[in-house]
Design a protein around this ligand. Structure first.
Ligand code: FAD
Ligand code: FES
Length: 245
């Protein structure tokens, strides 16, 4: 475990201990190290000669990442196997904070990764969790069994209805859940459009909400300005942003 003497701004090497294909696009990487981190925080992963990119922690002990293959860096990640080394800086950013006894989590695509970490901490604390896992189709639903193992009530929704439920987008499914279950707080991570719609719902229902947002990052520590969002920096002031109820 990296303790108080550990400088998160310096990259440290870790070795991949396990690789698991979770969906056609996403692989889980379990590393051989641990970090003192909160759910919602992220690390900068460096592959020398390729690039350095931000990823949310799915677990901190051991460090676990769920990475979707979308471009050059993540393609290189997906070529790595057990025994490969990579370098990490972090953890960085503001994570989620737990509030209320009944939490509603909404995960779009690889947004399920930080929410599994949050669910684990919340369940250790005896809180009730309902999770909506959303994806474009059934085979892309991520970490459904992991949420179930943690004792969460899990619902799914897909854009094309291939999960056997009526086809619908995540915000519509969340609104139905808000009307049915009246949770104490909403937590979400997913594509920007989904988060914007959930922010509107949070304001409409006066529901305390925490949204994990993305931006292009270079430094990860509030220096380069590449992750500006309005007057805030996503790496320093986020990635989790709070909307009061
Ligand atoms: C705080 C944070 C946490 C993240 N957590 C995860 C995670 O847990 N799992 C995961 O798979 N990915 C996560 N990401 C996204 C991940 O960093 C990018 O997918 C990765 O950098 C893409 O690199 P690439 O070279 O493979 O693709 P690129 O070639 O850089 O990009 C491929 C495509 O994705 C788009 N894209 C890339 N990065 C971003 C971004 N930051 N915002 C919006 N669009 C983008 C590009 O426009 C392009 O269309 C996170 C990003 C942030 C900021
Ligand atoms: S990534 Fe450099 S300021 Fe946020």
């Amino acid at each position: 475990m990296r303790d108080g003497t550990w400088n998160p701004e310096l990259p440290i090497p870790m070795t991949i201990r396990e690789v698991r294909q979770e969906t056609p696009a996403v692989k889980r990487f379990v590393l051989d190290g641990s970090l003192n981190a909160y759910p919602g925080q992220f690390v900068m992963v460096w592959l020398p000669g390729i690039d350095e990119k931000p990823f949310s922690l799915m677990n901190a002990n051991p460090v676990t990442l769920a990475i979707a293959e979308v471009g050059r860096f993540t393609r290189a990640m997906h070529l790595l196997d057990v025994g490969s080394r990579l370098w990490l800086r972090g953890p960085f950013g503001q994570g989620f904070s737990l509030e209320g006894r009944h939490l509603l989590l909404a995960a779009g695509g690889y947004g399920a990764a930080p929410l599994v970490f949050l669910a684990r901490r919340a369940r250790e604390d005896g809180r009730r969790i309902t999770v909506l896992v959303a994806a474009r189709s059934r085979e892309h639903l991520l970490l459904v069994e992991e949420f179930r193992r943690l004792g969460c009530e899990v619902l799914t929704c897909t854009d094309d209805g291939s999960d056997g439920q009526p086809p619908r987008l995540a915000p519509l499914a969340v609104e139905e859940l808000l009307q049915r279950a009246a949770p104490d707080a909403l937590y979400a991570c997913g594509p920007a459009g989904m988060l914007d719609a959930l922010e509107a719902l949070a304001r409409k229902y006066h529901l305390s909400t925490q949204l994990s947002r993305e931006a292009y990052m270079r430094c990860g520590i509030g220096v380069c300005g590449s992750c500006t969002c309005g007057d805030q920096l996503v790496c320093r002031d986020g990635p989790v942003f709070r909307i009061p109820g």
